[in-house]
Write a protein that binds this ligand. Sequence first.
Ligand SMILES: C[S@@+](CC[C@H](N)C(=O)[O-])C[C@H]1O[C@@H](n2cnc3c(N)ncnc32)[C@H](O)[C@@H]1O
Length: 207
Amino acid sequence: MPHPAPADPHTARHPAPTSQGRDRWLMAKKFLTRGRSVASFAPSSRAMARKMLDGIDWDSARCIVELGAGTGPITAELVARARPHTKLLVVEIDPEMGGRLKAKFPQVDVVVGDACQFDRLLADRGIPQADHVLSGLPLPSFPADLRDGVLATSARVLSPAGTFRQLTVMPLIYYRLYARYFQDVRFRFVARNLPPGGVYVCRGYRG
Ligand SMILES: C[S@@+](CC[C@H](N)C(=O)[O-])C[C@H]1O[C@@H](n2cnc3c(N)ncnc32)[C@H](O)[C@@H]1O
């Protein structure tokens, strides 16, 4: 009797296409009902997720935090790439999307709550620092004090070689905003996303 073909580990770790259709619908619905606090009508593409994670040293990464995970396109890439020793902490404020994240990624520590207090979440878990903070939060539309808080907290919890990475669907428009907070800001353009966008990779918090 022939043996079944071995499962492709990448396919096995990624949600089925039907799940992608449901995610698109959920994101569009949230965009229509919650507008600026969601800020995007479609989940990030795989190209965007890959760009977000580009250059991460998986051997040394002990903790990666994702803020504003939505339906989880970046979480999926994280799960596919992270080593067993890497703690993944994922925060999403919307209960429906948070529930979906928990169902899709039972192996991940998903918190349904406000990302503005994520330093407390780390402290509760006895984690002193994060190697990378990946943000899908619509920070430009946050009130200035909350935006300052998220960025200052990220800078405080990051390891010396760590990065703060911010997703955007408005290529380069907010470069100056992040350059106000960080000494070194690189923008990585992603054409294959709806709409095209990119990732700011930030180091050296100005304080
Ligand atoms: C632009 S979407 C990005 C979703 C996902 N990361 C992606 O790439 O498709 C922004 C997400 O941030 C979430 N969000 C907004 N404010 C938040 C907050 N204060 N704490 C946690 N999540 C928040 C929204 O609910 C939404 O899911």
